[in-house]
Design a binder for this molecule. Sequence first.
Ligand code: C2E
Ligand code: MG
Ligand code: MG
Length: 370
Amino acid sequence: MLRIIAQRLRALCRDTDTVARWGGDEFVLLLEDVGGQDGAATAATKVVDALTQDIVLDESFGHIVLPCAGSVGVVMAPQDGTDLDALLSKANMAMYRAKAQPQACFQFWSNDINTRLHERLALEMDLRQALRENLFVLHYQPQFSLYGQQMVGLEALMRWQRTPDQLVMPHGFIQVAEECGLIVDMGAWAVLHAARQVALWLRAGLKPVPIAVNISARQCLNRDLVQVVRLALQETGIPPHLLRLEITETTAMSDADQVIGLLHEIRALGVRLAVDDFGTGYSSLAYLKRFPIDELKIDRSFVSDIATDKDNAAIVRATIALAHGLGLQVVAEGVETEAQSRFLADQHCDTVQGYLFGRPQPVDIVTQWL
Ligand code: C2E
Ligand code: MG
Ligand code: MG
């Protein structure tokens, strides 16, 4: 594959240009007198095109077709610098930006990329420090049963106490934590912390309801998760049914066979499982049936206008029927109005969660609820 790509790249270049394999799956092209930004863009487009054609390995490999794609980062000398290492590192940054785009493409280096990269690195370092210094906190949002009208669960939602008066919400850090891998440790912290909180409530003589902890994609594809859950249960001695895990639909389906195995191991520990944000990704029903899950959580985006939007109402109705048909409980997320709640009750939705019933709150308020 590397040799075929090298040939394609060489075919694009003039004798005065240089093509080098830089290691792994990275190539460097040095184009002289490329004709300014426009010329460079044309060249980069040709490279991307050359990289996105399937590779057919010949007979001796049994006619294998390998889909192929590539991303290109472009730097211009002398405008972007003249130091070789600096130029290569800028091209590399631009290449990673291009890689982050949904479609194979190319990207020129710009100061903007530099700034964003530095901000990201700074955020990453702050997150590492926050984990070391225990600056994450869990808030808890109640889940209510529509029949008994009582609190039947809590969802643990992470916040970052960045400074004494700055509380950062998940959208400000989860994605970066996921990208740099820190989410695995943060998620382990959340599982253990939630279990310890349940233990504290039990010791205080309260009757805690089950707590659901969100599990990220990275964490779910990491086999340590089983061990994390096992150790949290061992250390705290809480009944396992008081701990639940939520994985998103997209995660569950991303590597369904592997996830099924992992979920079975966790389920065997007595911990219940929910599929989060259901309806925002796509589910294979064949897999859904094989997942050892207990609960589907219908995403907020469908619930928000069930009272007015016929399509979303139909989707919610069908999802509830599907879940019940598979023997699963249904939780509707993001319930904000009486009308939504009534609709869900009419459709026999089991559980509701949303601002109408309670916002995520810090532990002392939740202790009073209990
Ligand atoms: P999620 O698991 O789907 O959590 C529900 C989100 O919807 C929460 O936002 C919650 O505050 C919000 N919400 C609940 N009811 C309502 C409502 O009635 N109206 C509106 N507008 N919003 C409502 P939050 O706390 O900002 O969390 C966002 C996402 O961050 C979560 O979505 C989850 O995917 C992720 N997250 C939070 N904590 C953790 C964690 O410990 N680990 C991981 N991996 N992800 C987490
Ligand atoms: Mg959730
Ligand atoms: Mg959700």
